[in-house]
Design a protein around this ligand. Sequence first.
Ligand code: GDP
Length: 239
Amino acid sequence: MGDDAQGGPAATIARQDVTPAGGLAEAADEATRAALIEAGRVLFAGACAFVHAAQTPDQLPPPHGPEVAFAGRSNVGKSSLLNALTGRRTLARVSATPGRTKQLNFFDLAGRLTLVDMPGYGYAEAAKSVKEAWQGTMFAYLRGRPTLRRVMLLIDARVGFKPADAAAMALLNDAAVAFQLVLTKADKVKPAPLAAIVLEAEARARAHTAAHPLVLATSAETGDGIAELRTELASLALP
Ligand code: GDP
């Protein structure tokens, strides 16, 4: 992991993410890459079920297996991405149910990984909207969850980084929560501006000790980058 040189608690968390299977960032050759992609496909071919919802810290399920949380501004495309990842519409339907938008929704993936859908932040685009959305239960979860392996922080490729996104990155970094930037709606952006926002995201990731160096560009519409994201998630799952 190229971002570990600075040391510190966040670097320690990031280092733990490198399972023996590794991630795509570490894949040296095509055969390794193909095997990793296949591992991602297999993980998401398994059963996926809504298992729990939490609105208050005492409602959080007891930690057991590895968890990956999905966060981002409202309308970033989180529901669409979760649907594209799992090939199911149930995840988003549960999360979009009125009254369930302000809670953490837990989905079990083949008993190997738990996906956690976090409420969207930042309708007002203000940095303080993250603090409001993530106070209380969300912050208790982010800070105190021993099984939380990584937060996938979604950024709308068409909109780019907003103050609320920068605030979310700072908050995760300060709390030493390992996170990775995932661009959404890549199909809406032409190749040159897409390359530019990937470069910007990589630079922003380098500026945060807790950020994973690999930035993924995805489209729920075309499926671009979905296999790579599944692979990344498989590297965090139980065997
Ligand atoms: P959420 O609020 O973060 O869950 O966002 P949604 O998944 O509901 O998506 C918000 C809007 O963006 C919807 O109109 C989606 O159809 C659209 N959208 C989401 N993902 C994509 C994508 O990959 N490509 C395109 N073109 N539109 C997308």
